[in-house]
Write a protein that binds this ligand. Structure first.
Ligand code: TMP
Length: 218
């Protein structure tokens, strides 16, 4: 099997910048990482993403939202993540199953058993080897995310950015709780540091953790 790295954090924490830097870093070392994201990552899941993030869909119920995330994940795992890991690739995914616990359980307050059951089916036995949590104060993250949306000419994917600050605070607390529960899998990074400093920490950890066998294969 390959090696599965996920990036998590609240809106505007800087994880998308960091995942791209890590992908370039691995490419420069002759590895061929698969860079993907959730929700989305393949054509059918991208269609589900459009429904999930469309700010017009204010009426989406929490349970329907949860099931759409799970459906998008099931398709993404089947089409992209699982084949890449079987092919011994390093997979870099911008959000995965932890996001569903942080957003739909801590954020939306759906009970954890329901979420675990859906994640269990959607993930099809796959779980991250390393999860990089870019921790950030939601006040700062939301400000950044809103500026990015204003500057973008694409679709306004802002259904979550429009949520109250309290929601985002619960999401951050949820991520920190998940990281405390699994300290070996999670690497917590302070998102208020500079892009360079954050990347230096991430690349050092990734170099240390990627199994030798995988390097040799790639
Ligand atoms: P992004 O802004 O990182 O592209 O993520 C899209 C949004 O989807 C973000 O607000 C977090 C949310 N999300 C969930 O609520 N549950 C999930 O399972 C995932 C993957 C994302």
């Amino acid at each position: 099997m390959g090696y599965f790295i996920t990036f998590e954090g609240v809106e505007g924490c800087g994880k998308t910048t960091q995942i791209k830097l890590l992908s370039d870093f691995l490419l420069n070392r002759g590895l061929q990482p698969v860079l993907t994201r959730e929700p989305g990552g393949c054509p059918i899941a991208d269609k589900i993403r459009a429904i999930l993030l469309d700010a017009e869909n204010k009426a989406l119920s929490p349970l329907a939202e949860l099931m759409l995330y799970a459906a998008a994940r099931a398709q993404h795992v089947a089409d992209v993540i699982s084949p890449a890991l079987i092919d011994e690739k390093i997979v870099l995914c911008d959000r995965f199953s932890d996001a569903t616990i942080a957003y739909q359980s801590f954020g939306r307050l759906i009970d954890r058993d329901t979420i675990n059951a859906l994640n269990f089916h959607a993930c099809q036995g796959i779980s991250p080897d390393l999860t990089i949590l870019v921790d950030c104060d939601p006040n700062i993250g939301l400000e950044r995310a809103r500026k990015r949306i204003e500057a973008s000419s694409g679709p306004r994917e802002e259904r979550f950015e429009l949520e109250a600050l309290e929601f985002h605070k619960r999401v951050r607390a949820g991520y920190l709780q998940l990281a405390a529960d699994e300290p070996d899998r999670f690497l917590i990074i302070d998102g208020s540091d500079t892009i360079e400093k954050i990347f230096a920490l991430i690349s050092a950890q990734v170099e240390k953790r990627i199994p030798e066998a995988l390097r040799a294969f790639c």
